[in-house]
Design a protein. Structure first.
Length: 289
């Protein structure tokens, strides 16, 4: 059966002074938990993971599992520049009850295919009986994953899929051609659910769906129905939201203010929305809430 999974990439709430807002993050988790989406992607790029320390990681993963585990899949991102650091986070998350994990490739310094494979081999060993997704994002990590390398990684016993960000549909198709049929591929492009499924993906990891899940749910339902007019209408709504909010975490957090979820801020160096952008966010949320 063709799938149109929506995994929500969840923002992390911080106070205006940059300190972690666990209660605000719990409020976001609860809001996402009512979305009807298939899963949550916790502490990924949208969650500002590079700025979160181990104690904060522990608090956030514990809160996410408490709020979401009985409602949807929870995939905990553990990617770090080194296998040592990633394995440490896997251990923390496993002790809290996590069973699904994602790891960005090593980042900042260049890594060759063998070094990347060794990194994932170590993470895979730490995950054990859980499930592990390869997070491919060369625009941010600086380290690409070729189809040949992904095929090697897919042979690790618990590597069950990949999240693919800022790569083309042709790239997704190339990955699909070399991995097993039951290997899941997720695009990181919010608006490309239908197009990605058409080239062999199983769904999307979407940050924008964290604030306006309804148009994404409608698009997934339309895809399953095969109704071309319903797909076109739902795609237009998704495009409307993505064009105004996109992958901008500050705008997502402005949407949470509009929705009355929480007054969340960014910790990383992300520009706050202008007054005009705040008004645009308010309008798009009102159209699609």
């Amino acid at each position: 059966m063709t799938r149109y999974d929506i995994l929500t990439a969840i923002p992390t709430a911080f106070h205006s002074d940059g300190s972690l807002d666990v209660d605000g993050s719990r409020a976001i988790f609860r809001f996402v938990g009512e979305s009807g989406n298939e899963g949550a992607f916790v502490l990924g790029t949208t969650g500002e993971f590079p700025s979160v320390d181990a104690d904060e990681f522990t608090a956030l993963v514990g809160a996410a599992l408490e709020e979401l585990a009985d409602k949807m899949r929870v995939i905990v991102h553990v990617g770090q520049p080194s296998a040592f650091e990633a394995v440490r986070l896997v251990g923390i998350a496993k002790r809290l009850g996590a069973t699904e994990f994602a790891a960005l490739t090593p980042y900042y310094l260049p890594s060759g295919d063998d070094a990347i494979f060794d990194y994932f081999h170590s993470v895979s060993d730490a995950v054990g009986d859980g499930r592990l997704y390869v997070y491919i994002y060369p625009a941010r990590s600086g380290n690409p994953v070729t189809p040949e390398l992904l095929a090697r990684l897919a042979e690790l016993h618990n590597v069950v899929g990949a999240k693919i960000s800022e790569l083309s549909l042709d790239d997704i198709a190339a990955y699909r051609a070399v991995v097993p049929a039951d290997f899941d591929l997720y695009t990181g492009a919010d608006r490309e659910l239908i197009a990605a499924v058409e080239v062999g993906a199983q769904g999307v990891v979407s940050g924008v769906s964290s604030v306006t899940p309804k148009p994404f749910r409608a698009l997934a339902d339309a895809g399953r129905s095969g109704d071309a007019s319903a797909i076109a209408a739902a795609q237009a709504d998704v495009d409307d939201v993505v064009s105004l909010i996109g992958g901008d975490m500050a705008r997502m957090k402005e949407a949470y203010r509009v929705l009355g979820v929480t007054d969340a801020h960014c910790r990383m160096a992300i520009a706050e929305p202008t007054d005009a952008e705040r008004e645009a966010v308010a309008q798009v949320v009102a159209r699609h809430r």
